[in-house]
Design a protein around this ligand. Structure first.
Ligand SMILES: O=P(O)(O)O[C@H]1O[C@H](CO)[C@@H](O)[C@H]1O
Ligand SMILES: [Mn+2]
Ligand SMILES: [Mn+2]
Length: 406
């Protein structure tokens, strides 16, 4: 039993999804393309990183075998480890959305078997009636944006007009999401959060997965910068997840980073927020020291997706992976007999792909801990196998989806 540690590298896909073509993502491969670009010298950035992708610790956890299993190819320029330890495999997503809540809920044993609401990709994203209701109930003079956009591009384009007019910037993506960018001081952070809560209620009937507050600072297009005060307002998962099931058995769930928000604070005993992968890793290591026997520590490492995948930044993504890899020995040192660590991802976000959205891919599963022998767990048909593995490991009753690979 001991403890379980579940770490999601947000958007770290390994290609090969069976249904990638349905999403226009056939051939997308986050790991594969980053490795390919790095091996060809296209992942260099002065002062940040250079050369082939260097992930010795994840390679020893079977990452290269996972890549081969998931996509048919070993990643370019990455040397084979002397030996692999731990369990390694890849999983398909059964939920239709390639978004963060769908991925995380399925990892936690609750696939999303319904369709989310989405906003149209062409023309105005939001209907006039919705905008009127938002302006009336949110007490704002109008909105800017009203389109699909990348969050950093749209604040550069409309941020100055937002400051002048007091109209928040509202945009969406191929996710089921309504995002509101507003200036932390000119508009006010509290006011933005309250507006998001108003919009959350207005969007419940449309089955929109998340409303996201995207506060930013700076005074000009060149200096605008998003802050760590992002908040996600998610609808609650449709069924009890692994998190709820653990709480029901009297266990503690330590939710680090976005996890609390992603699960609409259901099944969470303790929320630890941190801004950026390095701070998230520090918070995770502290939680590992504090977790009791039978507990789950669940962390989302968001930078891979938010700062590098959506920004289509190959050197940035590669450097973030290398930093995460360097921290793995710190995780190792904190393990006690009987502990289990699982590294995985919620979807892809190939930084070499067209557009700025997520990509439909398989995700890696690396599971290790003292006493866990090395073997392939193959291609899993649902991420829910991860939840059931943790349920079995922590000795709670099995759930309705997925099966343990232990
Ligand atoms: O471009 P930004 O604002 O980072 O938005 C991205 O982040 C959102 C949540 O993951 C997605 O909907 C995607 O559009
Ligand atoms: Mn995600
Ligand atoms: Mn994303």
């Amino acid at each position: 039993m001991a403890r379980a540690f579940l770490f999601v590298l947000d958007s770290f896909g390994v290609g090969g999804a069976r249904d990638a073509e349905d999403y226009g993502d056939l051939g997308s491969n986050t790991l594969g393309h980053i490795a390919e670009f790095c091996a060809a010298g296209a992942g260099n950035r002065a002062g940040l990183r250079e050369g082939p992708l260097h992930l010795p610790n994840m390679s020893s956890l079977g990452l290269l075998e996972i890549a081969k299993l998931a996509s048919g190819n070993y990643p370019d320029g990455m040397p084979m480890p002397e030996r692999v330890f731990g369990l390694y495999g890849a999983a398909n997503e059964v939920s239709r959305g390639k978004d963060t809540p769908s991925g995380h809920w399925e990892i936690a044993g609750t696939p999303v078997m319904f369709d989310w609401g989405y906003f149209p990709g062409e023309g105005d994203a939001f209907l006039p009636e919705l905008i009127e209701a938002i302006c009336r109930e949110g007490n704002i003079p109008g909105i800017l944006g009203n389109c699909h956009a990348s969050g950093t591009e749209i604040i550069a384009r409309l941020g100055e007009e937002h400051i002048r007019t007091g109209k928040p910037i509202c945009y969406t993506s191929s996710d089921s999401v309504f995002q509101i960018a507003a200036h932390e001081t000119h508009f006010g952070l509290d006011r933005l959060i309250k507006l998001c809560q108003v919009v959350r209620e207005l969007l419940d009937p449309l089955n929109i997965g998340r409303v996201i507050a995207r506060p930013f600072v700076g005074e000009t297009a060149e200096t605008f910068e998003r802050t760590g005060n992002r908040r996600d307002f998610s609808v609650p998962p449709p069924e009890p997840t692994l998190l709820d099931r653990l709480i029901q058995e009297g266990r503690s769930v330590h939710a680090i980073g976005k996890i609390g928000d992603i699960f609409a604070h259901q099944g969470v005993s303790r929320v630890i927020k941190a801004n950026g992968n390095a701070a998230l890793m520090d918070a995770t290591l502290s939680a590992m020291d504090e977790a009791a026997v039978g507990d789950l520590v669940f962390t989302n490492f968001v930078d891979f997706d938010m700062l590098y995948g959506h920004r289509r930044d190959v050197p940035g993504y590669a450097a973030a992976l290398e930093a995460f890899d360097r921290a793995l020995p710190d995780i190792h040192r904190r393990l006690k007999p009987g502990d289990l660590v699982i590294l995985t991802a919620d979807h892809g976000c190939d930084p070499t792909w067209r557009g700025t959205d997520h990509t439909r891919e398989r995700v890696p599963i690396m599971a290790f801990g003292p006493g866990i022998r090395s073997r392939s767990i193959g291609l899993r048909s649902t991420y829910a196998d991860i939840a059931e593995t943790i349920a079995a490991h922590l000795s709670i009753p099995p759930g309705p989806h997925g099966r343990s690979f232990l």
